[in-house]
Design a protein around this ligand. Structure first.
Ligand SMILES: *Cc1c(COP(=O)(O)O)cnc(C)c1O
Length: 390
């Protein structure tokens, strides 16, 4: 079976699936049916295409990073500039796609969970432009740490619910959002922020983010006349990475490198590099958990990478050896952050800086004549205070 044909029966090999309470199954089935129908609908595609172009700013450029290439002294390094998309990251690709899908399904209300506030902000933007009521669940502790994002979401017209249960962070916000959805599925769409959760979310989010890889293919062919040797992207839940990789999944000459958050050496958030298989948030995948299957506390300097699980399609790619996954530490990511800022005049998100660091090392190994494309998932304005304090 070709990799591009997954998921099959809601699964990516042994991963994925739909491990949810019965009460959510009809909503997931309704979503799957509506999506299969709408994704081929010319008027849906045209409306989404126009939003992506005129509102989000697509296509994003593929930039030849000449200074970084000279610094690495090896393969050519190109940057796919998702940092230039409205909102400052790739997240809007998915938020616009799902919000439009929800609207076409007759839903009037969007809910989403958010950790640091990036996905909540993208959802609030999509809700505003499409005229949908938007409510965001955010851990109370996260909200304290990210006051500006809280203010941003409120400005955009979203109602933010602070979650006081558990550790008052992302996983508690996900639980609250799922609880909300279970009671209001008729008028509500749960806008999941990455390629995670029960089927069909990993597939839907992958498809909406694949605009990244489709553009890369066209842009690199126009510029170089051939496909790249290696694609590099950071992996939190895995949406910017799979969106980059998926359109090349049946091209064996194109290598994939996913870069996880290695953290501070004691704690990290790298389930593909260091985790084991289990079930969380409706899916079977690699997780960071203790010997009893309790979910471990994760940590990364980059909030977007700080998640104990990962999209099930990456779990399949890992087992098949189709993609390689490595963990880059906080310290190395900050090195990548400073390097790209100084050499190219581009301040990357700390998430993306993990990918930059790994790409420089690989470009060196590949040597001159090679082509590496790094997806720069977002811009770094949000991270200045974090790095300034170091
Ligand atoms: C949210 C985020 C990520 C991580 O999410 P993925 O689903 O793994 O792509 C990476 N980079 C940035 C800038 C983000 O905002």
């Amino acid at each position: 079976m070709k990799l591009s044909e997954y998921p099959k029966d809601g699964r990516f090999g042994p991963y994925g699936g739909r491990y949810v309470p019965e009460i959510l199954v009809p909503a997931l089935e309704e979503l799957e049916v509506a999506y299969e129908e709408l994704k081929e609908d010319p008027s849906f595609k045209a409306e989404l295409g126009e939003l992506l172009r005129d509102f989000a700013g697509r296509p994003s450029p593929l930039y030849f990073a000449g200074n970084l290439t000279r610094h690495a002294g090896g393969a050519k390094i190109y940057l796919k500039r998702e940092d230039l998309i409205h909102g400052g990251a790739h997240k809007l690709n998915n938020a616009l796609g799902q919000a439009l899908l929800a609207k076409r399904m007759g839903k009037r209300r969007l809910i989403a969970e958010t950790g640091a506030g990036q996905h909540g902000t993208a959802t609030a933007i999509a809700g505003a432009v499409l005229g949908l009521r938007t409510e965001i669940y955010m851990g109370a502790l996260d909200a304290q740490r990210q006051r500006m994002n809280l203010f941003r979401m409120e400005l955009l017209g979203a109602k933010v619910h602070l979650v006081e249960s558990g550790s008052r962070t992302l996983k508690d916000a996900i639980n609250e959002a799922l609880r909300d959805w279970a009671t209001r599925v008729r008028d509500t769409h749960y806008l999941v922020g990455s390629v995670v959760g029960p089927h069909p979310f990993p597939m839907i989010v992958r498809d909406f983010q694949s605009v990244i890889g489709h553009e890369v293919r066209e842009q690199v062919l126009a510029r170089e006349g051939r496909l790249p040797d290696l694609l590099v992207a950071c992996v939190g839940g895995g949406s910017n990475a799979i969106g980059t990789f998926f359109p090349f999944s049946d091209d064996p000459g194109v290598g994939f490198l996913g870069v996880e958050g290695g953290g501070d050496g004691v704690r990290g958030s790298a389930p593909l590099s260091q985790g084991e298989v289990g079930v969380l948030h409706g899916m079977r995948t690699y997780l960071l958990q203790d010997e009893w299957g309790q979910i471990a506390e994760t940590y990364s300097i980059a909030a977007g990478l700080d998640y104990p699980g990962v999209g099930p399609e990456h779990a399949l790619y890992r087992d098949l050896g189709r993609a390689e996954y490595v963990a880059v530490t906080d310290r190395q990511a900050v090195e990548g952050f400073r390097l790209l800022s100084r050499l190219e005049g581009i301040i990357p998100a700390l998430e993306s800086a993990h990918a930059v660091y790994a790409a420089v090392a690989r470009a060196r190994e590949l040597g001159p004549g090679g082509i590496v494309v790094v997806t720069l998932s977002g811009r770094g304005d949000k991270d200045l205070e974090t790095v300034y304090g170091l």
